[in-house]
Design a protein around this ligand. Structure first.
Ligand code: 13P
Ligand code: SF4
Length: 359
């Protein structure tokens, strides 16, 4: 539905009043009614860099989810305030790895005698204290656009060890597995899944000793719903259709896809695609709809009909954005995301390692 014109006018007026003092970031999964007010749009990696590149903005309004706003707070200066227009915009995947569970896993790796060989790698989709854990323990953050480089970096840290190193990857088992197997030349047998609900992750000491990738049992509730059967069905019914998916999809889906990459990669691929080409896209629905609208010369369909929007991304709507902006105009900072100094210091180490990766 079209945005409420009165709210559109209010958002525009508030932004005009705030001018350069405010910088609005919008993740690609945001609603159209919100994305129209973003000064920059991007995937989670690009937005982290863009947030860090605006030291003159007093307020950073983050239209995305909680872990992204936390990362923006960590990467921006102490004089800058980060606002998340709706505090309930979390991420169910990020919630699947809690610091105490990760610390238990780390202790279990020590007991199994393998901890010295392990580098912790956290997906950006994790809380700030998990990123801080990685910073304190020689680890790194990655996003879907640099997971391969981050894993290379991690294995390089332990290249001097006999038998090489291991990675403990959390919270998304699918991004970890897809990157390890499809980009790093590892096999499925090199990967084990650590289940935080089970004693010792449900793994034996031998399994931990043999594994190269220890994958946390977490997933995205949106991307986890795409199925390989739908890919087969589409290929059978739409001649020449190409399947483009996000690496948070299951390994079975990614194996059947033609191309896999972050939201930024998905957008660039569609922009470069020839007119008349057909695409089925497996990622969040707001982005797929926007791509279909922006490229009427290409046949763009959603990979699966019963997959829905990311409900937490969708919490950021125009009324919340207007409220956040108008509050700033009145000098009130609502819904500020403020990571404590100690967590910030260590999380920054892991985030900076990611930002320093080549490319
Ligand atoms: P990217 O923007 O890094 O592709 O990640 C998608 C996502 O799920 C963000 O929550
Ligand atoms: Fe989290 Fe998945 Fe939503 Fe991304 S799409 S914010 S990973 S629940």
């Amino acid at each position: 539905p079209a945005s409420d014109p009165a709210l559109v006018e209010r958002a525009r007026a508030a932004k005009d009043t705030l001018g350069e003092r405010v910088f609005v970031l919008g993740h690609h999964y945001q609603r159209d009614e919100v994305i129209q007010f973003a000064d920059v749009t991007g995937d989670s990696f690009k937005l982290a860099r863009d947030a860090a590149g605006r030291p003159e903005a007093e307020y950073i309004v983050f239209c995305g989810v909680h872990f992204m706003a936390e990362s923006a707070d960590i990467l921006t200066g102490p004089h800058q305030k980060v606002v998340l227009p709706d505090l309930s915009a979390g991420c169910s995947m990020a919630d699947m790895a809690v610091l105490s569970q990760v610390e238990d896993a780390w202790d279990a790796l020590a007991e199994a005698g393998v901890q010295d060989a392990v580098v912790p790698v956290t997906y950006m989709n994790s809380s700030a204290d998990i990123k801080a854990f990685c910073g304190r323990n020689g680890g790194i953050v990655c996003t879907s656009s640099n997971a391969e480089m981050a894993l290379e970096w991690a294995f390089d840290q332990k290249a001097h060890l006999d038998g090489g190193g291991k990675v403990l990857f959390f919270p998304d088992q699918h991004l970890g597995r897809n990157t390890a197997v499809l980009k790093m030349g590892l096999t499925l047998d090199d990967c084990v899944v650590w289940d935080p609900q089970k004693p010792n992750g449900g793994l034996t000491t031998q399994q931990l000793a043999d594994a190269t990738m220890i994958l946390w049992k977490g997933h995205c509730s949106v991307h986890g719903r795409f199925t390989p059967e739908v890919v087969d069905k589409l290929r059978a019914t739409v001649p020449g259709i190409q399947i483009l998916v996000h690496p948070e999809c299951t390994h079975e889906v990614v194996l059947k896809a033609d191309l896999v990459g972050s939201t930024e990669f998905i957008i660039k691929t569609i922009e470069a695609a020839p007119a008349g080409s057909s695409w089925a896209i497996g990622t969040e629905l707001n982005l797929v709809k926007r791509l279909a609208n922006d490229h009427p010369d290409k046949n763009i369909v959603f990979l699966e009909k019963n997959v829905c929007y990311c409900s937490t991304m969708n919490r950021i709507d125009l009324p919340h954005l207007v409220w956040a902006l108008e509050s700033l105009v009145k000098g009130m900072v609502v819904n500020q995301i403020d990571v404590d100094d100690e967590t910030e210091r260590h999380a920054l180490v892991a985030l900076q390692r990611m930002l320093d990766l080549p490319g």
